[in-house]
Each structure stands twice: as structure tokens, then as C-alpha cells.
Design a protein around this ligand. Sequence first.
Ligand SMILES: Cc1ncc(COP(=O)(O)O)c(C=O)c1O
Length: 366
Amino acid sequence: MPFQQRSAQLIINLSRLRNNFNVLKNKLKNERILATVKADAYGHGIIPIARTLAQSGCNCFGVASFGEGITLRHAGIRKPIVVFIPPLPNEIKLFRFYNLTPTITDINTLTLINKKLRRPMKMHLNIDTGMGRLGFRPEDYSVLFDTIRTQKKIVIEGLYTHFYHSTNKRSVQQQLNRFNTFLHAWEVQRPLPSLIHAANSVASLYTPASRFTMVRPGIMLYGLSPDNKITDPSMQCISSLRTKIVSVRTIPAGTSLSYLARYTTKRKSIIATVAAGYGDGIPRALTNKGRVLVKKTFAKMVGTICMDQLLIDATAIARVQPGDEVVLWGHQGNKELSVHEHAAHADTITYEILCRIPRQVKRIYV
Ligand SMILES: Cc1ncc(COP(=O)(O)O)c(C=O)c1O
């Protein structure tokens, strides 16, 4: 692409990524780390993120689909890759070809793999302890054990479960109890495989009993968390979304701004037009709620957020002019605007804000 399509840029600080990874590593004993890099590494760009983590000593990667796994293989990533979404029957051979580790979540697929392949294949089993999305449930255990005993091409390398509310200690404990019950039942039949995993970011940090032999962090590697209260001060957000002011106008009191006239100036105001909108991943729900940083000063978003533009009230900012940098999140001088703040105003989670940034927004790695 010879030119940048959008004015907004996502600046990604890879040394912060390395730092966040090391902070976690130092908290662990010798559990392995599977870095969750699905959805283009939560919008940060799967290849540079995975390369940086691989160089930092990350043991394994977790992706949603085999396509993401293939992207990593084409980029030269040789570490194990676990694909969380189970394969459809016609995809199994691709897993073998690209040396991707499938997650298997039902008996039919296990039997099919055994039938289709000539050589044994390593896989992980997802155990549904409460997430209610994918995986083997207690009523499946006895058929599962029989199937594994009889089907020789199935090699179970990993067993895992996933927490549905990792910031809630009670539900995490309940799911851990169910997972441990499954593991004990397994052990009665055969030795446990080498990779047992359950912990996402929050559980990796705060529930040591969930670490087993591998942890599966995602959001905290990117310096964020599901909940603003659960942040480790030594981890920092690795991204900053920035753009520019393109117009500054003095608008009389009583003037309505932007689509649907959802904001009317209460006094004579300096209104700046910012080159970013929902086409750059800024939730439209931030209309009249969100803030930005300009000249190290917070300014409120006013009027409906448009596809490519949004308006801010810059009355309190001295000498604001076209070309001035606008920080949509990240630092400006000693001030910081967090993704958490936008997520709260938009009634969503930090994950969604990150994943919404379209590919046309250039990623710049520093
Ligand atoms: C199966 C699985 N493991 C691990 C993670 C990482 O979770 P988090 O980003 O909360 O650390 C996810 C993310 O949704 C997931 O789906």
C-alpha cells in the first residue's frame, strides 16, 4: 500500500509487550506460556506480536482458526500452535500439513480423525466445566475414555478448560473443582498428558491453582484487563490510537452539531473536527461521552460520532489548530487516556474496542 488509507494510526510498543510477558513469566514457577494471539493478536497484528513473544521465550501460541495458524506458519513461527475452534471434517488434513494442534470437542470428530489419518495426531481436548460453549461435559466422559482407549491414532497432548467469569473467584473455583474431578477420573484410566491448562490472564495472575502446567494469557500481554480494577501496575497498555485535528471553528451558542443534532452548544465554543470515527474503530456509543487528549488536555467528544470524523469541544485548549495530534487512547505527556474508559462509556469490554480497529488503520511498531 503506497499511502496510508486512514488518518488514524495504532502505535504499538513492542518493548512494553516484552515487559508484560516478562512480568507474567516472573510470577510463574515453570509453567509454560501459551500466548493467545487470536483475532489478529487482539487487533495488534498477529505476526509482529507472535515474533516478539517467540523471541521472548513464549512456548506456544493460541489462535481461533486454522487460518490464523497458517498465517503464523507462513511468517516462520515454529512453536506449537493450538487452534481453539475445533476443525470441521474437511479441515483435518490442513492441521497435519501445517503442524497445527487442533482442539477436539466431541466424540464424532475424534472417531473421524482416527479413521481419516494414517499416522497418529496430537490434539488437545476442551472440557466444558461451565463456559457452555464447546467441549466435553460430564455425561460424555465415559464414552470419551472408551474412545481414547480404542482409537490408536488419537494422541492427547493437552487437556483444557476455559473460565466464563475469571474475575469472579467463586465461579472460577467451581469450574476448577469440576476440572479437577475430570482430571482425577482421567488419571484412574491413564497418565495425564503433559499440557494441562485453564488460566486466562486474570486467572494466571491471581489463581495459582489454575496454572497447572501451562497458562493461556491474552489481554494482559497487551497491557489491559477485562476489568479496570484488575490491573497489575507493572504491566502497561502496548497500544495508542492517534490521529489529527483537521479543522477548528468557532461556533455560536445554541448550534446543533453532527448527525441527528444530538448536541447543542451551550455557549460560544471552539469545536475541532478530528479525523477518526467509527470507521477507525471508535464506538459510536461514545457520542457525547468519550474524551480525547489534545495538547495534554482532555477534551470531550460532542455530537454523534461519524464514520470518519468526530467533534470535540476544544474551547478550553489554548491555540488548538489543524494538524495537532489527538490521542484517542494512550499517553500524551504525563496524561493518559485508557481503553478502559472508552469500554465503560461504550458499555463494552476492552477486548472489543481493540478488535474493532479495522485493518485500514495502519499499525506502527516502535
Ligand atoms: C480459549 C481461550 N483461552 C484464553 C483466552 C485468553 O483470555 P484473556 O484475554 O482474558 O487472557 C481466550 C480469550 O478469549 C480464550 O478464548
